[in-house]
Write a protein that binds this ligand. Structure first.
Ligand SMILES: [Mg+2]
Length: 182
């Protein structure tokens, strides 16, 4: 399977607040893995807002929640200082190690887990190649992307064009809105 075929999310939503978690639960999803930067908070924000803490605490009642981030221990632990939620730092997405670790933490099967993130090349590709479904969300603040992410976005644009050309129906239903929203 070509790389671009593994960069197609299961769904796209404008933010983590708009994901139909109830439906996911009904579908049998037991764990939610979240990216941190630009999925929950912008790179220029230090910690979660009250609304974020409230949302994650609500979700914790129905799901095992794990944060999988490529950033440092210091940044993730500070961001999550107001909530008790397990996290993996320096996850090296799209490599499998972070996903593997998260899966062993929640002790679930791959098909009962969903990854939620704002990047095709790390969150979606990383999860899909490991066999986990992914939900793509709009970046909180695209302008705050770090250098490495700016590079990933260039790759992302190439991949998006390939999907649009070769799998137009999937592009239309799962990615067009994502492109339009940025
Ligand atoms: Mg991110």
């Amino acid at each position: 399977m070509a790389v671009y075929q593994k960069c197609i999310p299961h769904e796209y939503h404008a933010s983590i607040f708009e994901i139909p978690y109830k439906t996911l639960k009904e579908q049998g999803i037991k764990s939610l893995f979240f990216d941190l930067d630009n999925t929950i908070i912008g790179y220029d924000e230090v910690s979660l807002s009250k609304e974020h803490v409230q949302l994650l605490n609500t979700l914790k009642k129905d799901f095992d929640v794990v944060i999988i981030s490529n950033t440092s221990f210091k940044r993730v632990s500070l961001a999550l200082c107001d909530i008790e939620v397990p996290f993996i730092w320096h996850a090296k997405k799209p490599l499998k190690c972070g996903f593997k670790k998260a899966l062993s933490m929640v002790k679930q099967n791959k098909e009962d887990v969903i990854m939620i993130g704002d990047q095709l090349m790390t969150d979606v590709y990383g999860a899909t190649r490991y066999g986990i479904q992914a939900i793509l969300v709009r970046s909180v603040k695209r302008k705050s992307d770090r250098k490495i992410t700016q590079f990933n976005r260039k790759l992302e644009n190439i991949v998006l064009k390939k999907i649009q050309k070769n799998l137009p129906e999937l592009y239309e239903s799962r990615l067009k809105q994502y492109v339009q929203d940025h």
